[in-house]
Design a protein around this ligand. Structure first.
Ligand code: AKG
Length: 288
């Protein structure tokens, strides 16, 4: 069954993103939120506790903080994470975008961005805008990214933001840019960045050519989210497949992610249980 309506597809074509309502159950959202607090060893009901860890200092290889200044939480394999990755409605949305069944899910992390406040200047992150791909390649391959809103997220809460429609403006825009432009971060002159508020359970999928990031949390509650995306499965690519399956089995991130110096996940739980859809989305079994 289709998850995206014709209206959703038209919105996607125009804006380069789409929001899937009620992508997972409230029970899944609650479990995911609790898993984030447990991982951070934080009492989420106590605002003082949100600031327990200073954001990780990128220049210090030994800094054990499990969270970055943009709120990236270095957890990858909890059962709650997998229950959202392998939720049929989440899969169905990506299948509708890719127009193919055989997909792999990204083994991505979560986000907790506490509100800015004077006592914690280290957490005063103004927000960021970037691309996760090198936009100097030609041609630029199609790709998507996604974020699941774990709580209602207001415009000023430090959530997802982007330049809507940029996926189709890009080819003309790039001609106006200097040759030595930064291919991973646009000069925002003349572009409009929009914060995209959402409800708990919204899955926002965006075209990876949309310049995007997250914003300044000027509210009084944290921003909580999980990143989930999908791309065509590469079952025959044994090296990649094996790396994915071992990261799940060994309860750790794939090598390309910063990771958690504390090794908290592997010390607290084993591999998540996968459904038959989950096994295909990871690469344990093939789509054929
Ligand atoms: O936090 C967000 O919503 C945006 C995340 C982001 O910029 C990314 O995953 O590349």
């Amino acid at each position: 069954m289709d998850v995206l309506s014709d209206e959703d597809k038209a919105f996607w074509d125009e804006n380069g993103y789409v929001i899937v309502k009620d992508a997972v159950t409230q029970e899944n959202l609650d479990a995911m939120i609790q898993a984030i607090w447990d991982f951070l060893e934080v009492d989420g009901s106590d605002p003082e506790n949100w600031y327990r860890h200073a954001p990780r200092n990128r220049k210090d290889e030994n800094d054990p903080s499990p969270i970055s200044i943009a709120g990236m939480v270095e957890m990858y394999q909890h059962q709650a994470i997998w229950d959202n990755r392998q939720h049929p409605r989440v899969y169905g949305a990506f299948r509708d975008i890719w127009e193919r069944d055989d997909l792999w899910v990204t083994l991505d992390r979560t986000n907790m961005k506490p509100p800015t406040r004077p006592q914690n200047p280290e957490w005063d992150h103004p927000g960021m805008i970037h691309w996760d791909l090198d936009t100097s390649q030609d041609p630029i391959p199609f790709g998507v990214q996604g974020v699941l809103y774990l709580t209602d997220t207001a415009e000023d809460q430090g959530g997802f933001q982007c330049v809507p429609g940029f996926h189709s403006l890009f080819p003309e825009w790039v001609k106006t840019q200097p040759v030595d432009r930064n291919p991973r971060s646009p000069d925002l002159e003349g572009l409009t960045v929009e914060a995209i508020p959402g409800k708990a359970g919204d899955l926002l999928i965006w075209h990876h050519l949309l310049a995007h990031g997250n914003g300044h949390n000027r509210s009084d509650v944290p921003r909580l989210a999980q990143y989930i995306s999908m791309a065509p499965a590469r079952f025959q690519d044994e090296e990649t497949r094996e790396a994915r399956v071992s990261s799940w089995r060994e309860v750790r991130p794939e090598a390309r992610w910063p990771g958690d110096r504390r090794g908290w996940e592997a010390n607290h739980y084993g591999p998540a249980e996968l459904t038959s859809l989950g096994e295909k989305l990871l690469g344990v079994t093939s789509w054929n």
